[in-house]
Every structure is written in C-alpha cells, then in structure tokens.
Design a protein around this ligand. Structure first.
Ligand SMILES: *Cc1c(COP(=O)(O)O)cnc(C)c1O
Length: 416
C-alpha cells in the first residue's frame, strides 16, 4: 500500500482509457456478467487500483476467493517457488505437493481424505457423484434411483446438473433438460428434510449459510439437526462450504463453528488463495473410498502448483489468525451496521466478516447502492433486489473496516 502512486497513475491515463477497456469487453466477451464500471489493474491487500489510478477497498473479495487479500506475500511466494520447480503432472503420475496437501487439509478440516478439483462447481459435482456411488455400493439403493435433498434458494455453481436443482429462474431457465434425482425443501427447516427422506435418499446437500441468496443464516440448531437426522436415516450430510468455509465466518468452517462434522465438505474459492482455482471434497474415509481408479478425475485437479498454493492457504488458516480477525472485526462490523438500521438499512444478516444488507428499496436498487459505493472508493456487489453483500478480505484492519462502513453510510445518505 505504501508504494501506491495514485496521482501519477491518474495523470498517466485519460478517462477514455477506462471507457475503451470496458468497450473491448462489451465487444469481445460474452455478456454473462454485468460488471460495475471499474477496470482494475492492480491489487494490494484489501485494495485495488483502477487503470486511472483510483484506489478502492475490495469489499467483495471475489466472492470470498480473496479471503487473504490480493497477493498475500506468503501465497505469492509459495506460488513463485513452485513455478520454479514443477507446475503440472496430471494424476497419471504422483507429485510431491498433493500428498502433503491432503494430510494438511484433512487435519485442518477434521476429515480423513480429500479429492482435489479446480472450481467450486466441480467440487459439488464430485460430492454428488460420491454420494450416488455410496448410495448404490454401500447403502444398497436401486440403480439410477438415488435422491439428494437440497434447499430452496441454493447456489452451488453453474453446471447443468447443479442448475438442475436451482430455483433461481435466471440461473436455470433455458438450460433444460435437467438432471433428475433432486428434491427441494425450504432452507432452514430441518423437519422438512426429515419428511423428505425416502429409502432412496443418499444425501442432503446444504450451504451452512446461503451466500448468494443474501447471506441467509439458518436458525440456531439447524446444522446439528441435519447431522442428527442424516445419521439416524443412513443419509450423507454434504456441507457446501465453498463460500462459508476457510475463515469467512470466524472459524475454519461454518459447520465446525456449529460443532458439526459433515460426511463430505466441499471447499473452493479461498482454497486457491485468490491466485488460481483450487477446490476439493474432503470427507470420511469410508465414503471417499467408494470411488475407484478411472471413475472420476480432472486433468488439472491436484496439480503441484495448485497444491503448493493451497498448502500455503492451509498454513495461514492453521495459525488461526484470519479466523480470529474475522471474529473480532465481525463484532465491529455488527456494531457499525446496527447504527445504520433505520438510516437507509432495513435489516442485515452478519456473521464474521460477511454481511447481507437489505437497503431501503425507496433509496434504490442494490446495484445503485454499489455504483454509489464505487464513487466512495469501495467495491461491493448486490445480490437480489436491494440486498448488498459485504465480504472484505479477512486481513483488513480496523481502519479499513471503518473506511468501508463510512463509505456505506455516505452512499446511503446521498441516496436518501
Ligand atoms: C461460488 C460457489 C460455488 C461455485 O464455485 P465456482 O468456483 O464458481 O464453480 C459453489 N458453492 C457455493 C456455496 C459457492 O458460493
């Protein structure tokens, strides 16, 4: 941050540079996103700089993939060191990073074995495949009749099977025919899960907190109830911690924070340290052991570069510091958001450094609030309607948190 040269960089570019960068994307990149009008060319810790030299606090953290900020020195040095040795072998051969990652990650999340992939959606697909295999090979469910229970409002990624059980029309409409075998129940209602279980149920797949839905936190006891119900019914509990995991909520996993150990847990986003895509399913040995050579795989999954970066991520979390920072600054965030209720904020949900904030719809859409925040030097993203999400890097300081909240307060005041 000390090396920031805002004014010099600002003079080096004209506003047309930014406009032309955006126009290039408009022309050559498919319009599957609607980004805020900012073109970023540099990142340092919690801050990014645009091509005209303006700085912004990154309060989105790439949907929690940047839990340790931009270019964390430990992560960059692990990546650079590994780039100088070996980047890819494919799983046709062993590499010297994957085994150690397996041991270290399993110790961190309290599981026995892991299966490496790249993206979060792939980790979810992998968990679903493992659950189906387990259902047929261990539980004894009839071929092709496995059922998996999911929650309304879920977000688990973008593949066809995963959007098959989404109830968000934008994510789903136009992509059929869909993969069968999924049953949807309301989120936060453990009794509904119990009622939906049949002899064909192999798993319950749940986000411990629904991030994309607006940081929806289920009632206390929900995860414990799911654990009890799934154990009693010989059904696997799959926790999708791609967004909630790895420090965001103030603990290593949101399930751990609730004293619950799922059978399978999916990890992604922050596991790649904001450097490259790394995901994994970690789980109980008897479940992970159902898959045999050749039945599932990924060319890049478990590559030595990804594994070296993920090992450095695990080491950061092993210190407990990012989690403690999320807890401590999360309490501050709670206080600051509380003060905004009635002043532009209708309600908010927050745990650790993660908040879903419902802005008074009279003031504008979530998008309009984010555009206003942009002018105040904070990058954030709306979710649904008038909800915005704040998820700054877990490495931010007290002052940076104040900056973020002051910008929100100023943006809301201007819109009022
Ligand atoms: C982001 C996300 C995914 C998908 O991850 P990708 O890397 O975008 O495929 C899956 N589950 C949850 C809970 C997520 O937040």
């Amino acid at each position: 941050m000390e090396e920031y040269s805002g004014n010099a960089a600002h003079e080096a570019h004209s506003p047309t540079v930014q406009r032309s960068a955006i126009e290039h994307e408009e022309q050559f990149i498919a319009h599957n996103y609607h980004p805020l009008p900012v073109v970023v060319s540099r990142g340092d810790g919690a801050w990014v700089t645009d091509i005209e030299g303006r700085r912004y606090l990154d309060a989105l953290s790439a949907y929690s993939a940047l839990n340790f900020g931009h270019r964390h020195p430990d992560l960059v040095s692990a990546a650079v060191a590994q780039l100088g040795r070996l980047t890819l072998t494919s799983r046709a051969f062993h590499n010297d990073q994957l085994g150690p990652l397996g041991e270290e990650l399993c110790a961190l999340v309290g599981q026995d074995m892991m299966l490496p992939m790249n993206t979060g959606a792939e980790a979810v697909e992998t968990a679903l495949k493992l659950a189906r295999l387990w259902g047929y090979r261990v539980k004894g469910v009839d071929d092709d009749s496995a059922e998996i229970i999911v929650a309304a409002g879920n977000f688990h990624g973008r593949t066809i099977s995963v959007v098959s059980f989404s109830d968000d029309p934008t994510a789903r409409d136009g992509f059929g025919p869909f993969t069968p075998g999924f049953v949807t129940v309301p989120y936060g209602d453990a009794a509904a899960i119990e009622a939906a279980i049949t002899e064909n149920t192999v798993a319950v797949l749940i986000e411990p907190i629904q991030g994309e839905a607006g940081v929806l936190i289920p009632p206390a006891g929900y995860l414990e109830d799911i654990r009890r119900i799934t154990t009693a019914n010989d059904v696997l509990f799959i926790a999708d911690e791609v967004q909630s995991g790895l420090g965001r909520t103030g603990d290593t996993l949101e399930t751990t924070r609730n004293g619950v150990t799922p059978d399978l847990v999916t990890l992604g986003k922050a596991l790649g340290g904001g450097i490259l895509p790394v995901s994994a399913v970690a789980g109980r040995k008897d479940v992970m052991s159902v898959v045999r050579p050749g039945e599932h795989g990924s060319t890049f999954g478990g590559n030595p570069l990804s594994s070296a970066v993920a090992r450095a991520v695990v080491a950061l979390l092993d210190s407990g510091i990012p989690q403690a920072n999320a807890r401590w600054l999360g309490a501050e965030l709670h206080k600051e958001l509380d003060a905004l209720v009635g002043h532009g904020v209708v309600a908010f949900r927050q745990v650790g450094l993660w908040a879903g904030i419902d802005v008074d719809p009279e003031l504008g859409t979530g998008r309009e609030v984010c555009e206003r925040l942009l002018r105040h030097g904070v990058l954030a993203k709306d979710t649904h309607g008038s909800t915005i999400r704040l998820a700054p890097p877990l490495t931010i300081t007290d002052d940076e948190l104040d900056y973020m909240c002051a910008a929100l307060s100023a943006a809301l005041t201007e819109l009022a």
